[in-house]
Write a protein of this length. Structure first.
Length: 427
């Protein structure tokens, strides 16, 4: 499998080189030069997620040093429950795909766990890598957890001061070596800009072996294809229809993974993006013009992205049609959490609530003509300060998050400039 840059100004590389690099030298993002051909009928909806993932990812890693280890990497990375929970709802058939049962309670556990297994095989003690990750909430915790104790890959996490929940901050600052958390005195877009500047500085990038764990990394993105494929097969087995997907979207990685799954032939119907008040994607869908802008803070803070990096990958897919983009306000998020809890008993985090609100906003015909799957992207406990006042009850601490609060947190405060980041990397 060969990977090329979305900007077409870098040499083609194999999977291992694309994963190690993170972004392409020309500033673009790696995508497969062509998608593999899969026999969808050979996949077992009742089988394990790890087996589904291995069958999907093997051709994507073909011809690289990672190919022989795909099965073992998937067995370790995808040993996480993936329930597809049907909700009793009068307005149409809907389920939530709970991507929140990993060790940090967020969908990003799947990609991060697979990515670090790849990096540990690509790098070695004489030539280690530094994973540089900007986070608007959940990526940092997943990256830190996946990196802890790794021999050949350290993680340096940048997050915006005052823009994430208290639990999120503790979670991404509680991991031991080789993990470093940097609290940046600015917003997520500034953190992401610093990461891009570091990658674009050859001396700095070479000195520290920089790579990415954000969804700009093809090694973070491809594993996410697996759970969408798996869920679509399960839904089709239940309903004999291709499900529509509603995906809370910030940097657009999770939605892009779903579109890749659909391009591979898995039974996925229309894809709807649910955004918060950051309106870059909804304005694009309405006006046909992509206009990045500064992000604004919302209750669904992991989606506070004003310049979605993965947008430029859309054009690399033969089928990149998006049915609709819904922009959901904080007021709508609160009302949606309250309504769905009152009517179904389901407790949604603010991000998942944007998906539920987008479902509520579908026209009656599309909403009822097929089953819909909404991504539940994070555990509501991580946002208890926002959720509990709305539902009037305490959100229980789940077993997979119980150990986080017992760990001490440590972080370094830095300014939002490249010199500050360079000093932290060398410190």
């Amino acid at each position: 499998m060969i990977y090329t840059s979305t900007r077409q100004a870098s040499a083609p590389v194999d999977a291992a080189a694309a994963i190690r690099a993170g972004a392409a030298p020309d500033g673009g993002l790696y995508m497969p030069a062509a998608l593999p051909s899969l026999d969808i009928a050979a996949f077992d909806p009742a089988g394990s997620l790890a087996k589904t993932a291995s069958a999907i990812l093997t051709p994507f890693l073909a011809g690289s040093v990672l190919e022989a280890d795909v099965g073992s990497m998937c067995a370790g990375a995808f040993d996480v429950p993936l329930p597809l929970v049907e909700l009793e709802n009068a307005s149409g058939p809907v389920s939530v795909l709970e991507l929140l049962h990993g060790p940090t309670g967020a969908f990003k556990d799947f990609g991060a766990r697979f990515l670090f297994r790849c990096l540990d095989r690509i790098a070695d003690a004489a030539d280690p890598v530094t994973v540089l990750a900007a986070t608007s909430g959940d990526t940092g915790g997943a990256v830190g957890c996946a990196a802890e104790g790794r021999a050949n890959a350290r993680a340096v996490i940048l997050f915006p001061k005052g823009r994430i929940s208290a639990f999120q901050e503790h979670q991404l600052c509680c991991w031991q070596a080789p993990v470093m958390a940097l609290r940046v005195d600015d917003d997520f877009d500034a953190c992401q800009a610093m990461v891009k500047q570091a990658f674009a500085t050859p001396v700095l990038s070479a000195r520290h072996g920089l790579t990415s764990a954000n969804s700009i990394s093809i090694g973070r993105l491809l594993p996410q294809v697996s759970y969408w494929a798996h869920a679509s097969l399960q839904s089709q087995a239940r309903t004999d229809q291709a499900a529509g997907l509603i995906i809370p979207s910030g940097n657009l990685g999770n939605a892009l993974a779903a579109l890749i799954a659909r391009n591979l032939g898995f039974p996925i119907g229309p894809v709807v993006l649910a955004t918060n008040a950051n309106a870059t994607l909804s304005d694009w869908a309405r006006k046909g013009v992509f206009e990045p802008r500064a992000s604004i803070a919302t209750l669904a803070n992991a989606m506070d992205v004003g310049a979605p990096s993965n947008f430029e990958r859309l054009g690399a897919l033969p089928d990149h049609a998006i049915h609709a983009v819904a922009s959901i306000s904080d007021e709508q998020i609160r009302a949606t959490i309250a309504r769905w809890h009152g009517e179904t008993g389901y407790i949604a985090c603010p991000h998942t609530a944007t998906g539920l609100a987008a479902f509520d906003g579908l026209d009656t015909g599309p909403r009822r003509e097929r089953p819909w799957i909404i991504a539940a992207t994070a555990h509501p406990y991580k946002f208890a300060d926002a959720v509990e006042p709305v539902i009037g009850e305490t959100v229980a601490l789940p077993d997979n998050l119980a150990g986080v609060l017992e760990r001490p947190a440590r972080m370094i405060d830095i300014k939002a400039d490249l010199d500050a980041l360079a000093a932290a990397l060398s410190g």
